[in-house]
Design a protein around this ligand. Structure first.
Ligand code: FAD
Length: 305
């Protein structure tokens, strides 16, 4: 119930204005967001790399309905990729892109064009792109666009959300040679007709999806902080005789950092999703919804400098 309310607020421009003008504690935003500029993203990548961690960098922003803003987002990614290349960090970081920030809701074809430019720049820099998954109304459109991006850039990653009832089948279809699939639980408010509502059912689906991806020929990217699912991922990789280089774990910046270091120290590929930029509202609200205990901290931060 609380999760639904927070996720509804994540989509409300009125509440965004309220929160945006409130003195939201800088430390709360900083816990989850690496900074505002390309330089912050690059510096964070360098720090993570020094600890043996990989990164995927996300320039914050979503649901763009303004063409100029979609172009500006593309330009930011092109600048970021040039910076990673210039700093010799392209081996340590890839980028995560939301198609809605590239104008998917205005015209999916234009979002595809912009994503293609980003994929070409990533390839030139020596790295890859993963296309984030948003709510279920764009699942088909997003997977279709990733499929087309893969024609020229086969290592373009897709994201599948275990809370969707369709996802086990999608995992089986998508786990083809060379594919890179990030499996997450899913962060949006979805109706029962398309998504499991009980966390137990989502977890069970996640396990079935791990099996499908590990049994397939692609590169699974297990994005979760859930200790049980991480253990099951390790167990399933052994079962399917996969080496540690044939899959990776992913977690969000600021969440379970000690566990991130532990997995890296044990030789697993561990990638941290690093958001940056000033459009942090929707992202922060989804993080609040994942953990009700965060809400008290958040509420307090609205009234404290
Ligand atoms: P949970 O059951 O939510 O959490 C397990 C444990 O992790 C919790 O008990 C707690 O200890 C810790 N934890 C989890 N979240 C928090 C938090 N916010 N603050 C503090 N502790 C926390 N979702 C999408 O819909 N589309 C995407 O493209 C997408 N990309 C992602 C990329 C990465 C790398 C990751 C890690 C997640 C991504 N997500 C995405 C979000 C995901 O769907 C979940 O909402 C989120 O990861 C929480 O689920 P969980 O698997 O960690 O399990």
């Amino acid at each position: 119930m609380l999760r639904s309310v927070i996720l509804a607020a994540a989509r409300s421009s009125k509440i965004e204005r309220l929160v945006g003008t409130a003195p939201v504690s800088r430390s709360l935003v900083r816990r989850y967001v690496a900074g505002e500029t390309t330089a912050h993203a690059v510096a964070t990548t360098r720090t993570l790399a020094a600890d043996g961690l990989l990164a995927t960098l996300d320039y914050l922003g979503e649901d763009t309905v303004v063409v100029e803003q979609a172009d500006a987002t593309r330009d930011e990614y092109l600048g970021l990729l040039a910076a990673l290349k210039g700093e010799g960090l392209a081996g340590s970081a890839e980028v995560s892109v939301k198609l809605s920030a590239l104008g998917q809701r205005i015209d999916p074809e234009l979002a595809y064009d912009r994503a293609r430019e980003i994929c070409a720049a990533a390839e030139d820099a020596g790295t890859t792109v993963t296309v984030d998954m948003e709510d279920h109304t764009v699942t088909d459109s997003t997977l279709e666009i990733v499929q087309r991006l893969r024609e020229d850039h086969p290592r373009t990653g897709a994201v599948l959300q275990a809370y969707l009832r369709r996802t086990e089948d999608d995992c089986k279809t998508q786990a083809a040679p060379d594919s890179r699939i990030r499996l997450c639980k899913g962060a949006y408010k979805e109706p029962e007709s398309v998504a499991y509502q009980r966390s137990l059912d989502v977890d069970r689906s996640y396990v079935r999806c791990i099996n499908a991806l590990m049994a397939g020929e692609g590169y699974p990217m297990l994005a979760t902080h859930d200790p049980r699912l991480i253990e099951i991922g390790i167990d399933r990789a052994r079962w399917y005789d996969r080496g540690k280089e044939s899959f990776e774990f992913q977690m969000l910046y600021g969440i379970r950092p000690t566990e991130q270091l532990r997995l890296a120290a044990e030789g697993y590929r561990m990638r941290v999703y690093v958001p940056y930029g000033d459009q942090w509202y929707g992202y922060l609200m989804r993080r609040m919804a994942e953990r009700p205990a965060n809400l008290a901290v958040f509420a307090r931060s609205l009234w404290t400098k």
